[in-house]
Design a protein around this ligand. Structure first.
Ligand SMILES: Nc1ccn([C@@H]2O[C@H](COP(=O)(O)OP(=O)(O)OP(=O)(O)O)[C@@H](O)[C@H]2O)c(=O)n1
Ligand SMILES: C[C@](O)(CO)[C@H](O)COP(=O)(O)O
Length: 258
């Protein structure tokens, strides 16, 4: 929990200014092909606890978030419900589970469709980013509360990036065509935060394949803004990421004294 947490989503804040209620949608329906064979990625253990449970707790740790909608593997919603019943999340947070779709985009849309009325801010957070710190979550919510229609946590790039001509055959050399100015590029993470009406409109309007929700809002012609991301919000994608995630968790547990 942050030292100076955001006030809970509530219609009666001390300031008198209505505070929009915030829900988080967690797409968790992916298979995790790049992680290698095994259970769906969100259900794989990290420090003995499924990655999805870490991700749900990461959202629920923010006092701003009062509902979490988990988008489960299409045939695994029952299993995910039981899993979440058996693993504590703070009582002030409600949890809903719905089945997901074939793509991340479809899964997010199914999560959005299941959102009850009364939540005006929506976070979309990958189950595959189980270790995002609460301060990052709070910074995203705060920027949306301050009026941004779409907010992404972002980090500068450590590597030089090349644009290439795609290889003629797998493994063949790829001609480099450009070296973009790295200082203008950012790697973006989740949770991405949205004014709900904007995110719903984006999902109803944009039909291109995209890799994140903010790019759908960009396609509506609206401005997406960044807040500082966090190294520990990295996405568990390949086997080495799991090794790093275990190390980060072990360090946290050592620091917390258990
Ligand atoms: N049909 C899908 C595909 C992905 N996701 C979710 O989107 C997030 C980001 O996706 P990624 O890390 O690419 O996960 P996978 O699609 O599972 O990975 P891979 O491409 O290696 O199979 C994950 O939390 C994943 O569960 C989803 O809800 N529904
Ligand atoms: C949403 C995301 O995590 C932002 O970095 C990313 O775009 C997901 O991409 P993936 O292709 O599903 O790994």
């Amino acid at each position: 929990m942050s030292d100076d947490p955001l006030p809970p989503s509530s219609p009666t804040p001390a300031s008198g200014r209505p505070t929009a209620r915030t829900a988080a949608v967690i797409p968790a329906a992916g298979r995790g092909v790049r992680l290698g064979p095994g259970a769906p990625k969100a259900l794989r253990a990290l420090g003995g606890t499924p990655m999805l449970v870490h991700a749900v707790r990461a959202m629920a740790d923010s006092r701003a978030v009062s509902l979490v909608v988990v988008v489960a593997p299409p045939d695994g919603a029952g299993e995910v419900k039981s899993l979440l019943d058996a693993n504590a999340v703070p009582e002030r947070t409600d949890v809903l589970v719905v089945p997901g779709g074939e793509t991340r985009q479809e899964s997010v849309k199914l999560g959005l469709d299941a959102l009850p009325p009364g939540y005006d801010i929506v976070l979309v957070h990958d189950a595959a980013r189980p270790l995002v710190p609460v301060d990052t979550v709070d910074a995203v919510v705060e920027a949306v509360r301050d009026g941004a229609p779409a907010v992404v946590p972002a980090l500068p790039l450590a590597d030089t990036v090349k644009q290439v001509e795609p290889a003629a055959a797998p493994g063949a050399p790829e001609p480099v065509v450009a070296t973009p100015d790295r200082s203008l590029l950012r790697a973006v993470q989740t949770p991405q935060g949205f004014d709900r009406a904007t995110l719903v409109r984006a999902h109803e309007t944009v039909t291109d394949d995209v890799t994140d929700d903010a790019s759908m809002v960009e396609q509506l012609g609206l401005t997406v803004v960044t807040v500082p991301g966090h190294e520990e919000a990295f996405k568990v994608t390949r086997p080495l990421d799991l090794v790093l995630a275990e190390a980060v968790l072990a360090r946290r547990r050592l620091n917390d004294g258990f």
